[in-house]
Ligand binder design. Structure first.
Ligand SMILES: Cc1cc2nc3c(=O)[nH]c(=O)nc-3n(C[C@H](O)[C@H](O)[C@H](O)COP(=O)(O)OP(=O)(O)OC[C@H]3O[C@@H](n4cnc5c(N)ncnc54)[C@H](O)[C@@H]3O)c2cc1C
Length: 404
């Protein structure tokens, strides 16, 4: 990233109005959440060490995929639409060619309440959403068969972020700005009772800091079983890339946006951005998955189901060659909301995660909220606090027992 762009980002961050600090902070995890948190803290003057055992956007991490969607439609959850608005401002000076704006096409075979409930919020925030008739949508996108689709919306500002590349970019800017990066594993702290004084690393060294932030994605529950317990459940997710017909640009940005199909399952995809293939992913939560030892081989069943979907919605691609695939994991919180809070037994330890299949786009703002909470004591939104997890579990148990 050009120094000029780093300067723009620094102004946007510092402009948030707080004094510079000399606090020493250790951030564990250089995925999207940890990388951005470290960068914000550093640009606000903290002395930051960022630690990751596998590297930013490594292939086991949840940020490790090729691309992630950014869109502002979030049903009635205003907080996320607002975060996306701010995220665009923070991604802009950083993303460069790693962001491709395509717009997002929302197709519904049944109820479209999720999008409808977002419309007043988006309007208020200045995002434009068009409603197309199905006939109009079919004229615009002849490569899509709209069979069974009842309503179509087009979110103009939306697109794809190159996920693992951007984790690398954020780490590089952080280092350029004077942050320290350590490629090693943090030894999981034994049960934490009171302020943390030091963090042991697998290479035999340790980091002494005033504040410790753990942004360990799907591993967060393993590091803090007594606090996170089963509240982050990693599930196995498959992403498939199909090769469009040679010479065709119908599946490229400009001709095709990001799309989301609300059918019996939610299936979404990203056009072929750089010749690496047309992405198809099923948002349905897969089976529980161990992020360290889980086998990352795509299933025949997943490929069969995707082809079945393509034969309906993108018929020209039904027999397209599978060019590559990724097996990744969602790190699901019980209610799908993020986790961003202080450790209940240690005021200087912060836990962030729970991206739940939608966290990447929000990561610059997760970093900003964390930095503001750590340095300026700014309140964290209630929706992200740890104490709600217990309540969520209790409510679920009550609900489940009513069903039985
Ligand atoms: C298939 C798939 C599709 C998705 N699609 C979207 C999308 O379209 N849009 C969107 O916004 N989001 C999407 N997401 C969600 C998003 O990618 C994640 O929520 C987000 O990347 C999580 O980032 P993280 O930093 O919390 O976790 P991670 O990226 O997993 O980072 C955690 C890091 O911690 C490190 N670590 C763990 N333990 C230790 C330790 N003890 N010592 C040192 N380092 C450690 C790991 O090496 C890792 O790098 C998707 C996720 C998946 C899997």
């Amino acid at each position: 990233m050009a120094t000029v762009a780093a300067g723009v980002l620094a102004r946007r961050i510092r402009g948030q109005g707080r004094a510079r600090t000399k606090l020493r902070v250790a951030v564990v995890g250089a995925g999207a959440f940890g990388g951005w948190t470290a960068l914000h803290l550093r640009l606000l003057g903290a002395d930051v060490t960022l630690i990751d055992s596998g590297g930013p956007g490594n292939e086991l991490s949840s940020s490790g995929g090729r691309t992630r969607v950014i869109r502002a439609i979030y049903g009635p959850d205003r907080i996320y639409s607002e975060m996306v608005k701010r995220a665009y401002e923070l991604w802009k000076p950083v993303a460069g060619r790693y962001y491709v704006e395509t717009g997002a096409l929302w197709m519904h075979r049944g109820d479209d309440a999720y999008v409808r409930s977002a419309l007043p919020i988006l309007k208020d925030l200045g995002f434009i959403v068009d409603k197309f008739t199905v006939a109009e949508a079919a004229r615009r996108y002849p490569q899509i068969d709209f069979k069974g689709v009842k309503s179509v919306y087009f979110e103009r500002k939306a697109g794809a972020l190159s996920a693992r590349d951007l984790c690398g970019v954020v780490r590089d800017v952080f280092v350029k700005e004077g942050g320290a990066y350590r490629a090693t594993k943090a030894v999981p702290p034994q049960s934490v009772r009171g302020p943390m004084k030091s963090l042991s690393l697998a290479d035999g060294s340790h980091v002494d800091a005033d504040v410790y932030v753990f942004a360990c994605g799907p591993w967060l529950g393993q590091l803090f079983p007594d606090v996170i317990d089963g509240s982050i459940r990693p599930t196995r997710q498959e992403v498939l890339y199909f090769r469009p017909p040679a010479g065709s640009d119908r599946y490229r940005p400009g001709k095709l946006p990001v799309w989301i199909d609300f059918g019996p399952r939610i299936v979404y995809g990203i056009p072929d951005i750089d010749g690496s293939g047309f992405k198809v992913a099923d948002d349905t939560r897969g089976e529980l998955f161990d992020p360290t030892t889980g086998k990352r081989v795509v299933s025949d069943e997943g490929v069969r189901r995707a082809r079945q979907f393509l034969s309906v919605r993108f018929p020209e691609l039904a027999k397209a060659p599978l060019s590559s695939a990724e097996v990744c994991q969602y790190e699901n919180s019980p209610d799908g909301n993020l986790i961003l809070d202080r450790h209940p037994a240690a005021r200087n330890v912060w836990l962030i995660g729970g991206g739940s299949g939608h966290g990447f786009k929000l990561s610059p703002v997760v970093g900003e909220m964390t930095a503001q909470a750590v340095l300026a004591g700014r309140e964290v939104p209630k929706t992200f606090r740890l104490d709600r997890l217990q309540k969520v579990e209790k409510r679920k148990t009550q609900f489940e027992s009513k069903k039985d």
